[in-house]
Design a binder for this molecule. Structure first.
Ligand SMILES: Cc1ncc(COP(=O)(O)O)c(C=O)c1O
Length: 395
């Protein structure tokens, strides 16, 4: 029997990154392609102890159905944690637990977009989000960056002002995936002002904010917003464990409340066991000590990768120097064939992701690639970067 795939799924391809990651199951391959937390960043002993305690105290409470909005104890602990440095949650807001922040992209698009509606987004941006918007029938309108890595505000204004207006603008202001850049405070204020001017909501995705290498905390757009313009996605994947599949969505009640209805149809509720474990971790463990520990791990890996790149890369190659997060964005000389470069890298047992994977439109010229420094060991970082360095001289 011939099966016809829905129109909205026809335009969505299997993620190029997932395809590359399949090759990285070969232990000889050094992978700079993923985005997993470092294996020594997981608080394994605490999670083991807390799981055992909770099972001892109330096993049925972990294994029973829960409510769609999320476990009250988890929501309280997560809300306290994500408001520790600034006021993200406003009195008018609702907070819900979601199955990773990936689910927020999906639920928000379902709630706001009819098929063919426009979503504006940073370009390049996290592929999982772009695919999710497309799967829900949205058409993407990309907004690029300046050479300095700041969002191009003129492009943003055009994207917001032309008809049909976007339903929302998707942004990752902290240690952007894939670029590793941070949006300045001034740009955040301007993004908010422009979105307000054109009546376009903002989806602010902040999975990497806590993994910063400097003391400087740049306020989130959500904390600057007094007009209910921002829906905030806060994930525990990169600071605790992605396998828990836990995030919270914070924003105006009329929208977030409708996302709860959409979530009922998606997965009824987020894993209750994981929510209870995370709630106790967030409220009883020393989060400052945990964050300092994981920041130190990533800062060291990032510095090692940059140092090795400085020593070995051809001088025509430029790259970002992130203040946090997990990624470095590398620009090869104009005209370079990045797909060929990635292919050759794999033949040399190094996996990278071509930058074009993070674009809304694969026809655009792109000479960039993304490197991940959080997953490989220090030894593999040095070995893999030296191999790429050699290759940059042959471009
Ligand atoms: C920018 C960005 N947003 C969201 C996610 C998804 O995170 P989660 O595990 O919370 O679904 C990722 C994962 O890599 C990401 O890089």
């Amino acid at each position: 029997m011939k099966v016809e795939i829905s129109r909205k799924m026809q335009s969505v391809q299997a993620s190029a990154i997932r395809e590359i990651l399949k090759m990285t199951s070969n232990p000889d391959v050094i992978s700079f392609a993923g985005g997993n937390p470092a294996s020594d960043a997981f608080p394994v002993e605490d999670l083991k102890r807390i799981s055992a305690e909770l099972f001892e105290e109330d096993p049925i409470g972990l294994l029973q159905y829960g409510i769609t909005e999320g476990d009250a104890g988890f929501l309280e602990a997560a809300n306290r944690f994500f408001n520790r440095e600034e006021q993200v949650t406003r009195a008018v807001d609702q907070i819900i637990a979601t199955t990773g922040s990936q689910q927020i992209m999906d639920l928000l698009t379902k709630v706001l977009c009819n098929e063919g509606d426009v979503v504006a987004c940073e370009e390049p941006a996290f592929l999982g989000a772009l695919n999710s918007f497309k799967e829900d029938g949205a058409i993407l309108r990309g907004v690029g960056f300046s050479e300095e890595g700041q969002l191009d505000l003129a492009q943003l204004e055009t994207a917001l002002s032309i008809q049909p207006r976007p339903k929302f603008f998707y942004t990752i202001p902290n240690f952007q995936n894939p670029m590793g850049t941070t949006m300045s405070l001034e740009t955040r204020k301007q993004v908010l002002a422009l979105c307000k001017k054109y009546g376009v909501l903002i989806l602010e995705d902040n999975p990497y904010g806590a993994i910063r290498f400097t003391e400087e905390h740049v306020p989130s757009i959500k904390s600057l917003d007094e007009d209910d313009m921002v829906i905030y996605a806060a994930s525990l994947s990169k600071i605790l464990a992605p396998g828990l599949r836990l995030a919270v969505c914070i924003g105006r009640e009329d929208i977030v409340g409708k996302m709860v209805v959409a979530k009922q149809g998606a997965d009824v509720h987020t894993n209750l066991w994981a929510q209870k474990v995370a709630a106790r971790f967030l409220s009883t463990c020393d989060m400052n000590a945990h964050l300092s520990r994981i920041r130190a791990i990533y800062k060291k890996k990032c510095a090692l990768m940059l140092k090795t790149m400085d020593e070995t890369f051809d001088e025509r190659v430029t790259y970002t120097r992130p203040d946090g997060g997990m990624f470095i964005w590398v620009n090869l000389p104009e005209g370079s064939d990045v797909l060929k470069f990635a292919q050759k890298a794999i033949e040399n047992n190094v996996a990278i992701v071509p930058g074009i994977s993070f674009y809304t439109n694969e026809e655009k010229p792109c000479y960039a690639l993304r490197l991940n420094f959080s997953t490989p060991t220090d030894e593999k970082i040095v070995k893999g970067i030296r191999i790429l360095g050699e290759m940059t001289h042959q471009l």
